[in-house]
Design a protein around this ligand. Structure first.
Ligand code: SF4
Length: 267
């Protein structure tokens, strides 16, 4: 008797499926949900950023609570024009040339994003697209579409230094760890301005080096603009990590990187 193929049981949720279900909640026509339309942030020497609602990962260290975990009851829908108008008004007031949306996943709702980028392209502002690279790695055409916009920079944020760590930190199926690496390749092949950010708070030095080697294999230049990210232990983050028994090795505190004591770390 023939035995049925028994595929390996997934070790987490599928972030592509979560992309689709989240989009049903936070995207309506060309509108996307936002919590707030503009606030000044200190990154990149000053940037005006909207607070989006809706993400396709559930990182346990994420500082963005309700926009990620309660998209149904958070925020309101806005058109690209409304978002652009508010961002430009606030950026002009603060003297910023960079605008963005943050605190969730920036690639949900492509129509909204493309219409927003079309407006940005007619201005002197540069839009920083913050993404975890899941959707961009899943669909090579996405990077080609983005290459049509000139006032755009994409920041791809990778959650951990290997599949195991990523699965522990996000709860997503291990193999989806490869998607942001694919995203970087597609973006670079399409000549889209981009850089990479690597979450290393939970990582051993040898694993950081392996992840760097993997990035260098895509394009050595990626290491020049690599940002190494450390978590900030906001009370909700600390509680979530403690519930999950996840202990960071390093944290950011008042702008400084603090190495936690040996007994507080994994070793
Ligand atoms: S990808 Fe970013 S916004 Fe989404 S859960 Fe992770 S840290 Fe939060």
């Amino acid at each position: 008797m023939a035995t049925r193929h028994n595929p390996k049981k997934p070790d987490g949720y599928d972030p592509i499926v979560l992309t689709r279900t989240t989009e049903r909640t936070v995207v309506k026509g060309n509108m996307r949900k936002y919590g707030r339309l503009s606030r000044p942030l200190r990154f990149y020497g000053g940037i005006t950023s909207a607070q989006e609602v809706g993400c396709n990962l559930r990182c346990k260290f994420c500082f963005s609570d309700k926009p990620v975990r309660r998209p149904h009851s958070t925020g309101q829908f806005y058109t690209p024009q409304e978002v652009f108008d508010q961002l430009t008004k606030a950026a002009t007031k603060y003297g910023h040339t960079l605008i963005s949306a943050s605190a969730s996943e920036g690639t949900l709702g492509r129509q909204h994003l493309f219409e927003l980028l079309t407006l940005v392209d007619k201005s002197d502002f540069v839009y920083v697209l913050e993404t975890n690279g899941i959707t961009l790695g899943h669909d090579p055409d996405f990077a080609n579409e983005l290459s049509k916009f000139k006032n755009l920079h994409v920041r791809v944020s990778i959650k951990g230094t290997n599949e195991y760590e990523y699965n522990q930190l996000t709860g997503a199926v291990s193999e989806s760890y490869n998607l942001p690496f694919k995203a970087l390749k597609y973006l670079m092949d399409a000549n889209v301005s981009c850089n990479v950010c690597l979450m290393i708070s939970f990582s051993k030095q040898e694993d950081i080096e392996k992840a760097e080697a993997r990035l260098a294999a895509i394009r050595p230049g990626l290491l020049k603009s690599l940002e190494k990210e450390h978590i900030t232990l906001f009370p909700k983050v600390a509680k979530r990590l403690s519930n999950e028994k996840l202990k960071p090795r390093t944290v950011r505190h008042r702008g400084k990187i603090i190495k936690l004591k040996k007994e507080e770390s994994y070793d």
